[in-house]
Design a protein around this ligand. Sequence first.
Ligand code: G3I
Length: 511
Amino acid sequence: MNSVKRCRHSRTRGLPTLLAGALTLALTLTGGPATAAQQGTLHELAAAQGKYFGSATDNSELPDAAYTAVLGSEFGQITPGNSMKWDTTEPVQGQFNFAKGDVITDFAAQHGQSVRGHTLVWHSQLPSWVGALPPAEVEAAMTHHVTEEAAHYRGKVTAWDVVNEPFNEDGTFRTSPFHTAMGTDYIATALRAAHAADPDAELYLNDYNIEGLGAKSDAMYALVSELLDEGVPLDGVGMQAHLAVQYGFPYQMQANMQRFADLGLDVAVTELDVRMQLPADAAKIATQSTYYRQVVEACLAVERCVGITVWDYTDKYSWVPSTFPGQGAANLYEENLLPKPAYYAVRTALGGEGGPGEGGGPGALRAQYRSSDSSTGDNQIKPGLQLVNTGGTAVSLSDVTVRYWFTADNGASRYSTWCDWSPIGCSSVTHRVAALGTPKAGADHYLEVGFTGGSLAPGAATGEIQLRLNKSDWSNFDESDDYSHGTGTSYADASKITVYVGGEPVWGIEP
Ligand code: G3I
């Protein structure tokens, strides 16, 4: 059974991705003073290579609309961080509660995402009643739990982490109520129960520190080899990949993945993040980007690596700071949901265009935009802008200008411009409106923003710059046709806002 169910994770969007690529190329060739616009989500890029790209999430995060906007669009797969664990789904013996997990599968269904079920049998987040059972009753309780939960999610979960973290670091089996009661047989028993309850789900064993060759991954290799020999239903191995800048990259990750694949198993990267000792600095950020890139490269190189899940996509909701005090910054997006250099490294590794990757110079500056203006027909235009340095070298802001392109519509030709707020201080932000000699579609003027000084370190962002402009007669605009206008209310890359360093275009496409 372990060779037939490989592709159900992927929502393949190869054609739109190719078309988007063609569009980017055309725009570049027609001589727009531009870096290529960013095309395709992480999942679209991965799907074009036959993989999925997903994220963990949790119920407490779903009221955050800015967060779910990215979760629902950038990722093609989600894993519940907590809501399918035993302490949530069967807190009292025989009393099942799938409400939280159902919210996650509903979200996935609404967004066309697949779900990895996490997790059926684990020593942690286990309600105390399990440990209090006489050993003779543990097998029946475990089988009942696995059966009820896997049956409940049948058709909604494509893969299950049936057993999570069965090993100690040295490759010996971890003590748990299950191991105490049944020895290592509990693993085959759990897999068989899961298969009986949901014959279509792909069944995984999942663990951390098994990404590279070593004692722990050798133990997993020996275990899965034995299970396959015995005909136990098993489809794959999940490598959590909770990496840390200070501990180095897993030894020979690709070769390790390949040896599991050669057994006829799928491999999934199930919980990727790369933490660091805080504060972050350029060297750690560069190492982190490299590790993320290397994980993507390893997965792409191994045909049976089906996809990658990050253990939540933003530092805002990372498990790291509470578990490892003093460490953090482990995720692809920072706390304000802005993509970090690691995000661009992943994009580039997945074959994305427009990603400057690591080590770029000023060309790695990006403009991000959000509309702070609910009315497109009133007498003010209110762009929110921010610059992100995704490169490896600092950028001197006094060399940088940004243009937001708009049409004046009717009324006076003189303007007032304002910076209402910015964490870098509005006193360091300059702004003016200039008219185009030759009007373009959607633009006969632009708001030009500059800086009196300061510098943007690698990986740093200016933070938002809240801008506003009006005509001297306070007549209305029609912003709906303005070239740079957008409707997004959270910051996102904006290819129709242009950035210049020393007058040279480095980002965006002019009208
Ligand atoms: O929901 C309660 C809340 O009501 C309470 O006020 C609060 C106070 O501590 O705790 C909340 O529960 C927390 C839960 O996450 C939900 O946020 C738990 O304390 C906390 O321990 C739990 O941490 C989870 C951790 O597993 C537990 O081991 C993390 O969110 C989750 O990301 C993490 O995920 C694990 C994978 O399952 C397995 N691999 C490692 C990975 C990281 O530890």
